[in-house]
Design a protein. Structure first.
Length: 85
């Protein structure tokens, strides 16, 4: 299942993503989580908790069966404005 995550700034760190999605509860858990479980950013495994993730990136967390598509908050607002629902 792919979930869309909105970024309000220019980027989000991998730790912030893991916290925002509820995969970890605190930033201190990021180092442990990334040493125990694979996380892929745009198809490449990465263990850097400070890794900057930009809009357009795809983050896969196989242990959670999760895929996250990152978008900028301004792009998401434009899509909502054009959505005829």
């Amino acid at each position: 299942m792919t979930e869309t995550i909105e970024i309000t700034g220019d980027f989000m760190t991998l730790t912030q993503l893991l916290k925002e999605t509820g995969i970890i509860a605190t930033g201190g858990q990021a180092k442990w989580y990334l040493s125990e479980f694979a996380v892929y950013i745009d198809g490449e495994q990465d263990q850097r908790r400070g890794r900057k993730i930009y809009p357009g990136s795809v983050v896969e967390v196989p242990a959670e069966e999760a895929i996250f598509q990152l978008v900028s908050a301004s792009d998401a607002a434009l899509e909502d404005a054009h959505d005829p629902r």
